[in-house]
Design a protein around this ligand. Structure first.
Ligand SMILES: Cc1cc2nc3c(=O)[nH]c(=O)nc-3n(C[C@H](O)[C@H](O)[C@H](O)COP(=O)(O)O)c2cc1C
Length: 330
């Protein structure tokens, strides 16, 4: 069974992907409750951290219940990354993850995120220095390469392993692809099949059904699956995958009561964590999926995503329960 450093994981662990404005403490806690084995924070700017920017440091908050948790940082400057490692260490995460995969222009143009895929030597030396600078396990999340002509992920993964990372998660797209096309898991399997690889290799990209997760395990032979979009507004995805692995059958979808209950707790935790205004605002993106599949739901969704205060949202949850309480999700 795979291990990240000393952290023992179950067979074929499921990891919650780092997602900006999504993978915050309340959401991570809900995913953990529903079967995620490792959770990651959204990416945090090393430059922001060393300037002590409030927005960046708030992202370091972790709840005990969500462990093991990895804090993901990005940057391209050695000093800033090393200082960030020290700042992150103080908050006692279980893992520090380096983001070498973000395709967004403002990150890439500074040579960070997927930008570093254009300079593999720098990627390796930065990683080596970070590994030496901490006792925490360092993991890396990256993409296949910069573009189709520069897919060197087998070599890159091996070099990163050789400088001491404890696991690698690979999104099966290039930077040039952004989020377009389909994720290609074959190059990820090639990394795993490299006889020199001994750290866990986790696959990522387009796992949106339990069958796809099984395919990643059985047909591609990877060590675990990192799941992003399929979990947004649907933390039950993790337990559904596990149920499918154990029984070969699909688990019943969560009832309306459970959906409302989880949406309510999500909002309550978000408000407790970041205050009324931000809590209400940042929970909005989850509602579409929490209530996906209910006919004629638009009016209620609109109320949830346009209410400026939590009372409006909580009242709408109650209305939804009254009106759709018996709806069956098949
Ligand atoms: C809203 C959103 C925010 C994301 N933010 C991050 C991030 O902060 N760090 C990161 O490494 N990847 C980030 N990603 C990429 C995901 O971690 C993941 O690699 C990608 O969505 C593919 O996996 P999926 O098909 O399971 O969603 C983000 C993706 C989405 C959709």
């Amino acid at each position: 069974m795979p291990k990240i450093g000393d952290i023992q994981l179950p067979d074929f662990p499921l990891l919650l992907a780092p997602m900006e404005d999504v993978s915050d403490p309340p959401f991570r806690a809900l995913c953990k409750e529903n079967g995620a084995d490792v959770v990651y924070t959204e990416f945090i700017s090393s430059e922001g951290l060393i300037r002590d920017a409030a927005k960046s440091t708030m992202k370091l908050d972790i709840y005990e219940a969500e462990r093991p948790v990895g804090i993901q940082i990005f940057g391209a400057n050695l000093d800033s990354m090393l200082q960030s490692v020290e700042i992150v260490e103080r908050t006692k995460p279980d893992i520090i993850d380096i983001n070498f995969g973000c395709p967004v222009k403002k990150v890439v143009s500074r040579g960070a995120g997927a930008g570093i895929l254009k300079d593999i030597d720098l990627m390796v030396s930065l990683t080596a220095a970070m590994v030496k600078h901490t006792d925490l396990p360092i993991t890396v999340k990256t993409r296949l390469g910069w573009d189709d002509d520069s897919i060197k992920i087998v070599e890159v993964a091996e070099r990163l392993q050789d400088v001491g990372i404890k696991a690698i998660s690979i999104h099966g797209r290039t930077r040039a692809q952004m989020y377009k096309g389909n994720a290609d898991w074959k190059p990820i399997a090639a990394v795993k099949n490299n006889p020199r690889m001994h750290i866990p290799v986790f696959g990522n990209g387009d796992i949106n059904t339990p069958e796809r997760a099984l395919e990643m395990r059985d047909d591609y032979g990877l060590d675990g699956a990192m799941i992003g979009r399929a979990s947004i507004g649907y933390p039950w995805f993790f337990r559904e995958v596990k149920h499918f692995f154990e029984t070969g059958e699909h688990m019943a979808k969560p009832t309306m009561q459970e959906r409302v209950e989880v949406a309510r707790r999500h909002l309550e935790m978000s408000i407790a964590w970041k205050g009324e205004t931000l809590g209400v605002f940042e929970t909005r993106r989850h509602y579409t999926n929490y209530f996906k599949g209910i006919p004629n739901f638009k009016e209620y969704r609109m109320k949830m995503v346009t209410s400026d205060d939590s009372k409006g949202v909580f009242d709408t949850f109650n209305e939804v329960l009254d009106k759709f309480g018996n709806h069956r999700f098949d």
